[in-house]
Design a protein around this ligand. Sequence first.
Ligand code: DQA
Length: 137
Amino acid sequence: MKIAIINGPNLNLLGIREPEIYGNKTFEAFFEALKTEFKTVELIYFQSNHEGALIDKIQELGFSFDGIILNAGAYTHTSIAIADAISAITTPVVEVHLSNVFKREEFRHHSYISPVAIGTIGGFGLQSYTLAIQSFI
Ligand code: DQA
């Protein structure tokens, strides 16, 4: 089983960025722990701050991987292009957020990703990603 985790803008700053919202751990450290926890799953991780690079990666993996876990960051709330890429591929996508976006500003309440994802997991910090992997296995 091949599963990709794709993180969007500013998620390269996890551990540093607003730790009261997003926690103290870097994604790289968490990813190492995930690989140990899910030894039977082939996990890959990709992060970009660029919308087009995220779309390229979704297209590249979206016909061969078994699942994509996508935290599109702020593009969640703006990107029709990422939503179209998800509609175009055959790999199912689970939308993930660290924070509970519904507890936050109004502009975070709308997601272009949710209608094209198989489901959404948010509000559990890094554990949201663990739950997303479990949803595929
Ligand atoms: C986020 C929530 C988004 O609203 C925000 O723009 C992010 C992170 C989350 O994981 O909680 O960058 O996707």
